[in-house]
Design a protein around this ligand. Structure first.
Ligand code: FES
Length: 430
């Protein structure tokens, strides 16, 4: 998860690779910790617990407390003069090696002591622009109702031929080029690409391409750089989490002025536009079996090169499937398709996991209530005041305020529902 969307005051429950984990801020070590989301006592989820006054993770059920290494520091039920049961190994929470890189929490999904220092040897993928203070960054995360295999694709709607070439495919991923863009897939879950300046200008990211020659555009591209990044997290069969955004060294004023939640509304529309299509595509591919993907789909043009490259990589190095943690799920089983409204839900898939959107959601709901109160009070005053106690102009103003307040509250309710709960994307209307 991006750190900007994690609240240090509470533990966060997440699922990754089929493993339930809890992410929490250890103020004693000033670092984010990732534990198995199961208390060693009686398996209550630690994510339902709290951070106690001493900065320890405390289980909400019987109050056992754990430090940042997972050591049990308190068993309230154990007599002080009895055996020191909290020091037993079985009383420890299972801690995963974790690290923050690119303002995001990463963890190694194995608690075996042999991996304790793995983070010092195997670092998460590094994208230089994301650590460069001259680059402004934009983040969004969303839980997506289709699998990581389907999410890790670079597609663009449209009829333009794209000459995409995949190079250097090996166990670590691959590299690809098209036009002035270049993209890199770093196995298993990172993709980033440097953006064609003309494309950036189309998306209105504050990019101002010069009129004229390719030479000028190339020169500008050397100075004004923009990289899109995508981290695709396998959650469980048929579910993934997409964390993505961009870093750029131009037009940063836009990012400083516009709140993140406004940009999220725009970006969520893009996600919704693909959501139903890819959900159905995944189900159909599962019906024929992932290994038969190339037989079920016809991909004759180079514009599909990244998709084909990713499938090749998956088949060659991962047997075409994901090794779900703890062997909980079989890769071939997808959950039943939910109703469309649940499929495109934005509240649980994004708003509750985004600090900017959840804050905006609460504020806009409060504003809606204020508008309703203004409307009711205005009409109440207009009705209760005797005929000649206030002027006709004042009365008209009161009634107008009531009508405007009511209409604005209704409009706001619709806006909140459409942008924070559910917005059915209809391709025939776009
Ligand atoms: S289950 Fe956690 S303290 Fe009992």
């Amino acid at each position: 998860m991006p750190v900007c969307d994690l609240d240090k005051r509470v533990p966060h429950g997440k699922k990754v690779l089929g493993i339930d984990i809890v992410v929490w801020w250890d103020k004693n070590e000033s670092s984010w910790k990732v534990f198995d989301d199961a208390c060693p006592h009686r398996l209550a989820p630690l994510s339902d617990g709290r951070i106690d006054k001493l900065g320890r993770l405390q289980c909400a059920y019987h109050g056992w407390c754990f430090n940042g290494s997972g050591d049990c520091k308190l068993i309230p039920q154990a007599p002080l003069d009895g055996p020191q049961v909290h020091t037993f190994k079985k009383a420890c929470a299972r801690a995963y090696p974790s690290v923050v890189q690119h303002e995001m929490v990463w963890f190694w999904p194995n608690t075996d002591p042999e991996y304790k220092d793995i983070i010092t040897k195997k670092k998460p993928p590094f994208i230089p622009e994301m650590d460069d203070p001259l680059f402004s960054k934009f983040w969004i995360n969303r839980d997506i109702p289709y699998g990581y295999v389907n999410i890790l694709k670079v597609d663009r709607e449209g009829g333009k031929p794209l000459d995409i070439v995949v190079e250097q495919l090996d166990i670590n991923g691959f590299f690809g080029k098209y036009l002035l863009d270049s993209g890199k897939f770093v196995a298993p879950c990172t993709y980033y690409n440097y953006v064609d300046p003309l494309l950036a200008s189309k998306f209105d990211f504050g990019y101002a391409p010069p009129a004229g020659t390719d030479h000028k555009i190339k020169k500008l591209a050397e100075q004004q750089r923009m990289v899109f990044f995508f981290f695709c997290v396998p959650v469980s069969p048929g579910n993934s989490r997409l964390i993505w955004g961009f870093a750029k060294n131009f037009g940063s004023w836009i990012d400083n002025i516009i709140p993140r939640w406004i940009l999220h509304i725009k970006v969520n529309i893009v996600v919704d536009s693909d959501l139903h299509l890819l959900h159905i595509e995944e189900q159909k591919i599962m019906e024929v079996g992932p290994a038969n993907w190339h037989k079920a789909c016809f991909v004759p043009t180079k514009s599909d090169a990244f998709v084909v490259g990713f499938r090749r990589w998956l088949n060659k190095y991962s047997d075409g499937q994901i090794n779900w943690g703890a062997g909980k799920f079989s890769s071939g089983t997808l959950p039943p398709a939910p109703p469309r409204q649940q499929l495109m839900d934005r509240y649980w898939s994004h708003v509750v996991n985004c600090r900017s959107c959840s804050c905006a959601y609460k504020s806009l709901n409060a504003l809606e209530v204020v508008l309703q109160v203004v409307s009711i009070v205005s009409i109440g005053i207009a009705a209760a005041t005797k005929q000649n106690a206030i002027s006709a102009t004042a009365r008209t103003a009161m009634v107008s305020m009531a009508v405007i307040g009511f209409a604005a509250s209704r409009w706001l309710a619709h806006f909140i529902y459409k942008n924070f709960h559910y917005h059915d994307y209809d391709h025939t209307l776009h």
